[in-house]
Ligand binder design. Structure first.
Ligand SMILES: Cc1cc2nc3c(=O)[nH]c(=O)nc-3n(C[C@H](O)[C@H](O)[C@H](O)COP(=O)(O)OP(=O)(O)OC[C@H]3O[C@@H](n4cnc5c(N)ncnc54)[C@H](O)[C@@H]3O)c2cc1C
Length: 411
């Protein structure tokens, strides 16, 4: 009988046999929220393991050359001592402090931030999480497993990308989502229809145009919107401070409300949803209009039909006009639906109380399943839109770690 001895098989077998030590808290996902949460939990003296490739979503799913939409002060991943700020990274690495912050700098910053977690960070992906006698049984991609009394889901929005029905069923070479992170350079010399009017769509359109593609933006909204065009509103000292919180999420007034996630959580859900949607409605950053001057824009229109014509696509718009393009890039956003986290066992998903795909989370980011916590975008329905952004890590990690450490010591 032939015995399989390839290095990866041997590694997987060893991991299966040795397992991983059990711990108080497992954090799934090593993006800004997972990294921040793990540092706070560790500082509370809890045994923590965090799983996932650090900053994987930012490094591989965002368009090359992207700039952060969030201002510098709102682009720091929170840590308990405030020692691992973006500025601290820049001075430690000799990186020039630029505004807006580039994707490259932010990814490198996140990778630097992760060093404070040492061997508590394990780059192996989590394959499955089940409930097991009041704790969580976590199985990793390499086949090994461990148990934790609490589990923090910090796996971001990747699986929630939204493709409108009319674009489904086409291969990725013809229709892709901004999430797919394809290099804009591949599209040089090609015609690309970019669908959407949010930051992803508009910035991708600018990058494609600059890379030599022939681009048309097609959006349902009648007028493209731009954020922060009235810069003077941000330079009036104490008046600006009264109007806008430092996070800069949402327009005048709403910005201040959004900065208080605890307060948001008490607002009736109907009004809270309206505030959330208004704060993050589709719009592009103020540095984009100039870069899009020579890009064709068709607004107030939607696509009613898409057909393959050989290697090209024919798009029919609701005004009866048609386009033939090489590629469609969807900047059509994300819709939270935790059932799409396929590492959560189906039994576990069915036990989580939900609101249209969002888990219901209360104080301490706890879900209806004891010991199970959700952070980041999945908690935004409960705590408001600050949690869609990196700047929400401070509030989240403080509250999450205080809650878990208090309840762990009691039990
Ligand atoms: C185009 C675009 C631009 C954006 N610009 C900004 C901006 O300028 N400023 C801002 O604050 N926010 C911005 N955002 C929002 C941004 O996504 C969030 O702020 C941030 O990523 C949230 O961090 P997170 O840790 O919750 O999620 P993520 O950064 O997505 O991290 C989650 C991680 O979990 C990992 N993971 C998933 N499943 C598993 C598993 N089974 N096992 C282990 N690991 C797993 C993923 O690989 C991922 O790396 C932008 C989003 C997009 C799409």
């Amino acid at each position: 009988m032939k015995i399989e001895t390839s290095p990866s098989r041997v590694k997987a077998h060893e991991a299966r046999m040795s397992g991983r030590p059990d711990c108080d808290v497992v954090v799934v996902g090593a993006g800004p929220y997972g990294l921040s949460a793990a540092t706070y939990l560790k500082a509370k003296g809890l045994s923590v393991r965090i799983f996932g490739q650090p900053m994987e979503f930012w490094a591989t799913k965002m368009p090359e050359g992207m700039l952060l939409r969030s201002p510098r002060v709102a682009s720091t991943i929170a840590d308990p001592q405030g020692a691992f700020t973006l500025e601290a990274y820049e001075s430690a690495s000799g990186t020039e402090a630029a505004a807006p912050v580039s994707l490259k700098t932010f990814v490198e910053y996140g990778k630097w931030f992760r060093h404070q977690l040492g061997s508590d960070l394990d780059t192996t992906e989590v394959a499955e999480v089940r409930r097991d006698n009041g704790s969580f049984a976590v199985t990793l991609e390499d086949g090994s497993s461990l148990k934790a009394r609490r589990l923090v889901v910090a796996t971001g929005i990747g699986p929630f990308r939204y493709k409108p029905e009319v674009f489904c069923g086409f291969p990725i070479e013809q229709v892709s989502h901004c999430y797919e992170g394809r290099s804009v350079r591949e599209f040089a010399g090609q015609s690309v229809a970019v669908i959407g009017a949010g930051q992803s769509a508009l910035e991708s359109a600018a990058l494609l145009h600059e890379a030599g593609a022939e681009v048309e933006i097609i959006s349902r909204i009648a007028d493209l919107r731009w954020i922060g065009m009235h810069t003077w509103l941000h330079h009036m000292g104490p008046i600006s401070k009264a109007l806008y919180a430092k996070h800069d999420v949402g327009p005048i007034g709403i910005s201040r409300l959004v900065a208080c996630p605890n307060l948001c959580s008490y607002i009736p859900i109907g009004l809270r949803d309206k505030i959330r949607k208004r704060a993050v409605r589709a719009a592009g950053s103020r540095w984009l209009p100039e870069r899009l001057v020579n890009v064709k824009k068709t607004t107030g229109r939607s696509i009613t039909q898409v057909r393959s014509i050989g290697e090209r696509l024919e798009l029919k718009l609701d005004d009866g006009s048609e386009r033939r393009v090489d590629h469609v890039l969807l900047g059509t956003g994300y819709r939270v639906d935790i059932a799409k986290y396929d590492f959560l066992s189906r039994n576990l998903v069915s036990e989580i109380e939900q609101l249209d795909g969002y888990p219901k989370v209360g104080y301490g980011f706890r879900s209806s399943v004891p010991g199970l916590h959700f952070v980041g975008a999945t908690a935004a329905r409960s705590f408001g839109p600050l949690l869609y952004f990196v700047t929400g890590t401070e509030f989240t990690s403080k509250q999450l770690s205080s809650y878990i450490s208090r309840h762990s010591s009691r039990s």
